[in-house]
Design a protein around this ligand. Structure first.
Ligand SMILES: [Ca+2]
Length: 372
C-alpha cells in the first residue's frame, strides 16, 4: 500500500514547464558522435599521447608493435613482435610514458612474453621522441602467469609519481587458487613501483581484483577509477580514493562479483572493502573497458564525467561522480565503438577510442546537439 500511494503521488507531480518527458529525453541523448580517424591497425590495445608530443597519437598493437601516428601517417616506433605472445588476452597490453618524457625519454611497456608470462620493461625513446631504442633499459617486473587469461593490462603514472600496473588474478574461472585475496602474490592486484629506485620493488596498492584491464587516475581528487572485468554475471567500475598510509583496499573479488557474494570464497581481512559505484549485468555486455574522467573542452556535455564502455557490446556510458565518492546520472550514450579496447586522451585531453577491429575513433561534438 505504501508503494502504491508513493506511485500515485508521483503521478500527480507536474513536470517543470518545457521539460521533455523522460523517454523523449533519453531518445534525444546524443552527447557526442564518434568519428573514425585511423584504420588498418593490427588489434590496437591502447591509444594516447606522450608528454611533449601533443600532435601525435601513440598506439599499441596487441601482436607487439608500438606505432606513432602523426598527421595521419603511422610509423612503427618499436617492434616487439619477436618477444610477444599474442592470444585473446595476451600481447602488448600497456604503456606508460614517464611524466618527464619530453626531456628524459623514459617509457615503460607491459606485455605477455613467449612463455605466457608478464613482463614490464623500461625503454628509452630517441632524442627526437618519435622512435624507441630497441634495446631495453631494464626489466622492472616478471610475473609467472599460471593461465592464459586475466593478465590485466593498464600501466600508468599516479599522482604520487609512481608507476602503477593492473594485474589479473592469474586466470581460470572463479579465481581457483584464490589469488586476488592472497596478500602473498601480486596477481589480482593493482601494484606500484618507484621507477627512480635502483631496484624495482613493487608494492600492492589495491587487492581483490579479477582482471583490471583498464584504470585511470583523477589527479584533481587523488582517486583512481578501476574497471574490473567480471566473471559470469557483472562488470564493475570502482572509484577509489588513494590513501597511501592506509592498508591496501580490497575490491572484493573473488568473495564478491559486483555486489554479489560468492559462496565458498573467503574474504581475507585487512584494508577497507570497496564496492563498485556502478555495475552492469551480462545482459548488457561481457567485458568492461574503463576510461577516464573527461577534462577536455570540445565536449562540454562530458566535462568531469567518467567515460567507459563494453568490449563486446560496443556500448559507451558516461556518469557523474558525486562529492561523496559515488556515481549518479549513468547515461547510456548513443555512440558505439565495436571491440572497444581502450579509451585514451590525445594531447588536449580529448577522447580517442581504440577498437580491436583495427581502427581509432575520436569523440566529436554531435551532429544534432541535445535539446537545452
Ligand atoms: Ca569488486
Amino acid at each position: 500500500m505504501v508503494a502504491a500511494s508513493i506511485g500515485l503521488a508521483g503521478c500527480g507531480v507536474a513536470a517543470p514547464p518545457g521539460a521533455p518527458a523522460p523517454a523523449a529525453a533519453e531518445a534525444a541523448a546524443r552527447h557526442f558522435d564518434v568519428e573514425r580517424v585511423a584504420t588498418g591497425l593490427d588489434r590496437p590495445t591502447f591509444v594516447g599521447a606522450a608528454p611533449g608530443d601533443p600532435g601525435a597519437l601513440w598506439v599499441l598493437e596487441q601482436p607487439g608493435r608500438v606505432v606513432r601516428l602523426a598527421g595521419g601517417e603511422p610509423t612503427v616506433a618499436l617492434d616487439l613482435s619477436a618477444v610477444v605472445r599474442t592470444g585473446t588476452e595476451q600481447g602488448l597490453l600497456g604503456v606508460a610514458f614517464h611524466p618527464g618524457f619530453a626531456t628524459n625519454r623514459r617509457l615503460f611497456l607491459h606485455w605477455t612474453d613467449r612463455a605466457g608470462d608478464t613482463r614490464v620493461v623500461e625503454f628509452r625513446a630517441g632524442d627526437d621522441g618519435t622512435s624507441i631504442e630497441p634495446e631495453p633499459v631494464r626489466e622492472l617486473l616478471f610475473v609467472d602467469q599460471p593461465e592464459e587469461n586475466h593478465n590485466g593490462g593498464q600501466l600508468g603514472f599516479g599522482p604520487d609519481g609512481r608507476l602503477y600496473l593492473g594485474l589479473g588474478d592469474g586466470g581460470g574461472a572463479f579465481d581457483p587458487q584464490r589469488r586476488a585475496q592472497d596478500p602473498e602474490t601480486l596477481l589480482g592486484k593493482v601494484v606500484a613501483v618507484d621507477v627512480d629506485e635502483q631496484e624495482a620493488t613493487w608494492t600492492v596498492v589495491l587487492r581483490g581484483l579479477r582482471n583490471p584491464w583498464r584504470f585511470s587516475f583523477d589527479p584533481a581528487l587523488a582517486e583512481v577509477w578501476v574497471a574490473d572485468v567480471g566473471q559470469d554475471e557483472f562488470e564493475e567500475v570502482n572509484r577509489v580514493r588513494l590513501e597511501f598510509d592506509e592498508e591496501p583496499k580490497n575490491l572484493g573479488w573473488s568473495a564478491f562479483e559486483g555486489h554479489e557474494r560468492l559462496a565458498d570464497h573467503e574474504l581475507v581481512e585487512g584494508g577497507d572493502l570497496v564496492f563498485p559505484v556502478v555495475t552492469y549485468s551480462h545482459d548488457e555486455g561481457c567485458s568492461v573497458t574503463g576510461g577516464f574522467v573527461y577534462g577536455g573542452t570540445r565536449l562540454p556535455d562530458l566535462v568531469r564525467r567518467y567515460v567507459y564502455g563494453d568490449f563486446c557490446a560496443g556500448t559507451l556510458w558516461t556518469l557523474e561522480g558525486t562529492p561523496e565518492g559515488g556515481a549518479i546520472d549513468v547515461r547510456r550514450e548513443e555512440a558505439k565503438v565495436p571491440q572497444l579496447t581502450h579509451i585514451g586522451q590525445d594531447g588536449d585531453g580529448e577522447i580517442v577510442f581504440a577498437s580491436a577491429a583495427g581502427s581509432l575513433y575520436r569523440a566529436v561534438p554531435p551532429a544534432t546537439p541535445p535539446p537545452n
